[in-house]
Design a protein around this ligand. Structure first.
Ligand code: ATP
Ligand code: MG
Length: 395
């Protein structure tokens, strides 16, 4: 069976009234981003539906995989589109389709008809009933079950005839670009790519900031983060990745602050720098991969101290998830294998043996005052020397 087109179904939430156009337009943009590397597709909106029609040869599996990454899509229906004549011709097309699509013709079915073309001489119900009869006439092994059919045979009568029987689940969520922009703190670990995926699923576009500490962290550690950004950009759309040299800040903290507070203080400066780039790029929040209690720097008290470093909200989509749940999601979205590559992270190099688990904000702030003579200059340099890489899933 060769399909030349897909009908795209999307959830109804947030699609009411004026929002609908925004929602649909954002969806179409993301579908182009996903499908353009697969082949030439014409994507059009038509009364509550979006159709993607192939104008060139393409690989079916590749197209379905690409569409499965587009947030906002609830179902992907491979369809057959034919010129419209009359009922007999439509019935013939449907019967031919079923014969070609299914090897084993012993399933139950229900016919669904949608009649967008009101000049069609029969009602939807009449058309469905007659079509059911035709199918039973042609294939004696089929039977009708209107309550729980194995297959919904759907015929849509529009400017043309559309036939489909399958709906491949989409990823759900909302199209990227419908809910503003956020700055993800992206490390080479397991959690933050998952956090980026989750926030994007709600329609939020992301940028990302990565802190490295050369020569303590290698070029390969940085490449790993670039690779992770590339994987999640299948879902999130293109990402500007800000790469910040954090070495001097880290060294200063290491020299001047109590070692059991290192991670918290580092994390707070990461927040401040990421917030700077966030504000510069219209991002209204920060996003991290933190989850309560996972490590010392993620206790409730630690998160309180980290939060206090930023003015804009900090969202943590993984906050209530167990590590195993996060791992499962990272496997599903394809980041796990890359995340577990054993390259050093700037946080693990200067880590204390016994970090505080219940830091107090006033104590932390007092420790940070020891950096008063150098921190402004160091932050300025770190910001000015950022490297920005533009990352797209498909080149
Ligand atoms: P991850 O798996 O996302 O690295 P983690 O469990 O290793 O998380 P931490 O190392 O404590 O946890 O980091 C907590 C969060 O802080 C990360 O999820 C990420 O959002 C941010 N973060 C940590 N290190 C970096 C870094 N080098 N660059 C950018 N963000 C970072
Ligand atoms: Mg980490």
């Amino acid at each position: 069976m060769e399909y030349k087109a897909f009908l795209i179904k999307y959830g109804e939430i947030g699609v009411k009234g004026k929002n609908r156009f925004r929602f649909e337009d954002a969806l179409v943009t993301q579908m182009h981003y996903a499908l353009d590397p697969v082949g030439e597709f014409k994507i059009r909106k038509e009364s509550g539906r979006i159709f993607a029609e192939a104008l060139s040869d393409y690989d079916y599996e590749e197209a379905v995989t690409a569409l499965s990454c587009v947030f906002g899509i609830s179902g992907i229906c491979p369809i057959v589109v034919e010129d419209k004549e009359d009922f007999d011709q439509a019935a013939r097309l449907v019967c031919d389709y079923i014969g070609e699509r299914y090897d084993d013709l012993s399933f139950t079915f229900k016919v669904m008809v949608r009649r967008a073309d009101k000049s069609w001489p029969m009602t939807s119900m009449e058309t469905a009933a007659l079509l059911g009869e035709k199918l039973l006439e042609r294939y004696g092994s089929l039977s009708v079950d209107v309550h729980e059919p194995d297959v919904y045979v759907t015929l849509e009568i529009r400017d043309k005839i559309y036939i489909y029987t399958e709906e491949i689940p989409g990823p759900g969520g909302m199209p990227i670009g419908t809910n503003g922009k956020a700055m993800l703190l992206l490390s080479g670990g397991i959690d933050s790519p998952v956090a980026g995926y989750m926030i994007s699923k709600r329609g939020v576009r992301i940028e990302a900031t990565y802190f490295h500490a050369p020569p303590y962290t290698s070029e390969r550690a940085k490449q790993k983060v670039v690779d992770l950004a590339k994987i999640i950009s299948r879902y999130t759309g293109p990402i500007h990745l800000h790469i910040v040299n954090f070495t001097d800040i880290q060294m200063a903290i290491y020299e001047k602050c109590p070692h059991d507070e290192l991670t918290i203080i580092m994390r707070r400066y990461m927040m401040k720098i990421a917030e700077h780039f966030a504000k510069e790029n219209d991002c209204l929040s920060l996003v991290t991969g933190e989850s309560i209690g996972q490590v010392a720097s993620q206790t409730m008290q630690s998160l309180y101290c980290t939060d206090a470093a930023a003015e804009i909200p900090v969202f943590r989509p993984c906050i209530g998830m167990d590590k195993n749940d996060i791992i499962r999601l990272s496997e599903k979205i394809g980041t796990f294998e890359t995340s577990i590559l054993p390259f050093e992270d700037c946080c693990t190099i200067f880590v204390a043996k016994h970090p505080v688990t219940k830091p107090r904000l006033d104590v932390i702030e007092r420790s940070e005052r020891k950096l008063a003579d150098c921190i402004d200059e160091l932050l300025k340099t770190a910001i000015e020397t950022e490297e920005v890489i533009f990352i797209k899933a498909y080149d």
